[in-house]
Design a protein around this ligand. Structure first.
Ligand SMILES: *[C@@H]1O[C@H](CO)[C@@H](O)[C@H](O)[C@H]1NC(C)=O
Ligand SMILES: *[C@@H]1O[C@H](CO)[C@@H](O)[C@H](O)[C@H]1NC(C)=O
Ligand SMILES: *[C@@H]1O[C@H](CO)[C@@H](O)[C@H](O)[C@H]1NC(C)=O
Ligand SMILES: *[C@@H]1O[C@H](CO)[C@@H](O)[C@H](O)[C@H]1NC(C)=O
Ligand SMILES: *[C@@H]1O[C@H](CO)[C@@H](O)[C@H](O)[C@H]1NC(C)=O
Ligand SMILES: *[C@@H]1O[C@H](CO)[C@@H](O)[C@H](O)[C@H]1NC(C)=O
Ligand SMILES: *[C@@H]1O[C@H](CO)[C@@H](O)[C@H](O)[C@H]1NC(C)=O
Ligand SMILES: *[C@@H]1O[C@H](CO)[C@@H](O)[C@H](O)[C@H]1NC(C)=O
Ligand SMILES: *[C@@H]1O[C@H](CO)[C@@H](O)[C@H](O)[C@H]1NC(C)=O
Length: 601
């Protein structure tokens, strides 16, 4: 009987997998068709009906707007207000809110608003409660074996201990009364990035997991993946973060990479078996008609590549007062909606915000993220194809493995013809023509490659298909060295100092990590030396800033060793999940010799 059961489950699973895959195959040509018939893929979208957000989110946006009018702009973080949870039901709360005395500009006397918020809401983050990590020990067995310097080792143990500070679960109230919270219920504990980012985020989690693996916290790492998969099950994609206001956009898709890395350290085949069907579902989401674009290269070959595209054409609720202010320069509704979609799609890219997405680098409202085929997004999807091929093989799904391997080879060709720039020795984002004739796929034109230098131009090195080609790596390494991106304290995000946070002089942990890991896997001694040098600079600046401020930071200023970064739409944040993860991963890989000093000189 038990045997029979196992058989039917296995058969069901196989059937499910093959039907998902069949669906996926049949979707591919359909996606191409739809992007040809609908103007989606190559021009700005026609206006769409605006579907309301949940009533709670809409109400909290009203509270947010009133708070801005009342308290003023200094130290105002709009996200605080959409993170409040209700003490009473929504109708009672709305009724009380509507009775507050309002002035002509929408403000409320400070004491009335203070009183209302105190009486009707629980504070932002009160529904995200501490969770003791089950697998934390102060010094794990075999922790960072190559770190010999006692000062560095002591610091690494402090960074490791920060997992305790960042570990959270949703409160039982969220499970019992989800209608009172914008926080979404999740089955298990998570690691949050820190500070205002008080919920789990999608792409941050990859580097958090890399750190947890160095910290030997395998159960915690798996629980994060389980939570992200529960979001994927509910919404059809992994959300930007676990909040009701993030439901209509994703983030750089690294779920497959998380599963791959966890399998690599644990050998847990059952975990792979459970993760594979969700990964196939996510692959479908990213290759659906809104994210996939057909482009015809110079040799008349069609390629399907991907872009960011949020299913959202309104202000981002967590920043709606800011978004509305920028959108006020547009006079008609459809232009406003398109701008809102660009804002949300840029948030989906993880690079919010950067001149990388602007048609005019001095004009924020020229964001055009949906008309760009980004190098890094397509690398993440190439990695998804390779990871799925690998993981499918582990669980004996050989047909799926072969199909995904073929998909990766097809995408590799697209990289060579659409993104690669031989003169620069870099892969460049490709800008689609606006308003081109959409009956035909767009034809590749050299002038549409964005020749501005961004750290993302080097991210393909992360993938073995590229870093195993030694002459290629050597060419790209020289290009990196002369690019202007390599600075005293790491790799800059771009060369433009725009005041946006994904631009010069900020450096971000994930970008350092992908480029360093790619270079260090290569067969080129020169590339491996550059990798080690960048990793050391990054470790030093994290260390010195930590000693100075007592915290790990979200981003660093790569011009000055020991300084954290700034700019953008919110104040600099500490904590910080992915920075901790990357420092631990670098220290595990490169170590730190006993006699090597760790300061900025
Ligand atoms: C693609 O479009 C053509 C012409 O509009 C139509 O005949 C065909 O059925 C479509 N194919 C798919 C798979 O949707
Ligand atoms: C947001 O996503 C939900 C569910 O995925 C969908 O029903 C809704 O139409 C989307 N909202 C917008 C504004 O596109
Ligand atoms: C709104 O009006 C109130 C009182 O009339 C004033 O104190 C406040 O500064 C105004 N707020 C803004 C943002 O103009
Ligand atoms: C909200 O709470 C009030 C007071 O407890 C109650 O009278 C009302 O029926 C509730 N409304 C809803 C929609 O549950
Ligand atoms: C994990 O990755 C390393 C380095 O790529 C490799 O040598 C090792 O075989 C992998 N382990 C498993 C279980 O796949
Ligand atoms: C590329 O796609 C277009 C539109 O579907 C089609 O007309 C053309 O034949 C395709 N080219 C190749 C080489 O497949
Ligand atoms: C909105 O404004 C743009 C640019 O001014 C114009 O091209 C477009 O036709 C306008 N749309 C509507 C619906 O008025
Ligand atoms: C770019 O934006 C700036 C600031 O709005 C403006 O002064 C400039 O004319 C714009 N450049 C172009 C080419 O549109
Ligand atoms: C981490 O938590 C501990 C214990 O609550 C606290 O003493 C310490 O200041 C926290 N560290 C940081 C960097 O937040």
């Amino acid at each position: 009987m038990a045997l029979f059961h196992r058989h039917t489950n296995r058969e069901k699973q196989l059937l499910f997998l093959s039907s998902v895959f069949f669906l996926l195959l049949s979707l591919a040509p359909m996606a191409a068709n739809q992007s040809l018939s609908a103007p989606l893929s190559c021009s700005k979208d026609p206006p769409e009906p605006v579907i309301p957000t949940t009533p709670l989110v809409s109400f909290l946006e009203r509270v947010q707007k009133t708070a801005l009018q009342t308290y003023g702009n200094s130290n105002f973080d709009p996200k605080t207000y959409v993170d409040l949870s209700l003490k009473f039901n929504l109708s009672t709360t709305v009724e009380a809110f509507d009775k507050l005395p309002k002035t002509a500009n929408g403000s409320v006397p400070v004491k009335d608003l203070d009183g209302f918020i105190g009486k009707y809401f629980k504070g932002a983050g009160e529904d995200v409660v501490y969770a003791e990590p089950v697998d934390f020990v102060p010094e794990p067995h075999g922790f960072l074996p190559k770190v010999e310097n006692p000062e560095v080792r002591g610091w690494a143990l402090e960074v490791h201990a920060l997992w305790k500070n960042l570990s959270r679960k949703v409160s039982s109230s969220v499970h019992h009364h989800p209608e009172l919270h914008t926080l979404l219920p999740l089955p298990g504990p998570v690691m949050i990035p820190g500070s205002r980012f008080r919920e789990v985020y999608y792409w941050d989690s990859y580097w958090v997991i890399r750190g947890l693996l160095a910290s030997k916290m395998y159960e915690t790492a798996k629980a994060i993946v389980t939570n992200l998969i529960s979001l994927l099950d509910t919404y059809g994609h992994v959300l930007n973060g676990a909040r009701a206001y993030y439901t209509n956009r994703s983030q750089p898709p690294l779920l497959s990479a998380m599963v791959y890395e966890i399998y690599n350290r644990t050998g847990d085949v059952e975990f792979v078996r459970k993760s594979l069907p969700p990964l196939l579902k996510e692959y479908q989401f990213w290759n659906s008609e809104i994210h996939a674009v057909i482009i015809c290269d110079a040799k008349q070959r069609n390629h399907s590549l991907n872009r960011y595209y949020a299913m959202w054409n309104k202000p981002r609720p967590e920043s709606s007062t800011i978004d509305e202010r920028f959108a006020s320069k547009f006079l008609n509704v459809s232009e406003k909606q398109q701008f809102y979609r660009e804002l949300a799609s840029t948030a989906e890219s993880g690079w919010d915000f950067s001149t990388r997405w602007m048609m005019n680098s001095s004009e924020f409202t020229s964001l055009s993220t949906t008309t760009i085929l980004p190098v890094d997004l397509n690398i993440f999807i190439l990695r998804m194809e390779l990871d799925i091929a690998f993981l499918a093989k582990i669980v004996g799904e050989n047909t799926i493995a072969e199909d995904f391997l073929r998909a990766s080879q097809t995408r590799q060709k697209a990289f060579n013809s659409v993104f690669w720039n031989e003169n620069m020795g870099q892969w460049l984002d490709y800008w689609l023509n606006n308003g081109a004739d959409c009956e035909e796929p767009q034809t590749w034109e050299a002038k549409n490659q964005n020749r501005n230098v961004f750290a993302s131009n080097f991210v393909p090195l992360w993938i073995d298909l590229f870093n195993s080609d030694t002459p290629l790596v050597e060419k790209v390494t020289r290009s990196l060295q002369s690019s202007g991106l390599l600075c005293a304290a790491g790799i800059a995000t771009s060369l433009t100092n725009s005041g946006q946070q994904w631009d010069f002089p900020n450096g971000w942990a994930p970008l350092q990590h992908m480029i360093v890991e790619g270079l260090s896997k290569s067969g080129s001694t020169e590339a491996r030396t550059v990798a080690k040098d960048i990793a050391e600079r990054w470790i030093r600046t994290n260390y010195v800033a930590y000693k100075k401020t007592g915290a790990m930071h979200e981003k660093y200023n790569v011009e000055k060793c020991g300084e954290y970064g700034g700019g953008g739409e919110y104040i600099p944040q500490t904590g910080f999940g992915w920075s901790n993860g990357v420092v631990l991963a670098f220290l595990e890989e490169f170590g730190w010799p006993k006699d090597k000093k760790i300061d900025c000189n």
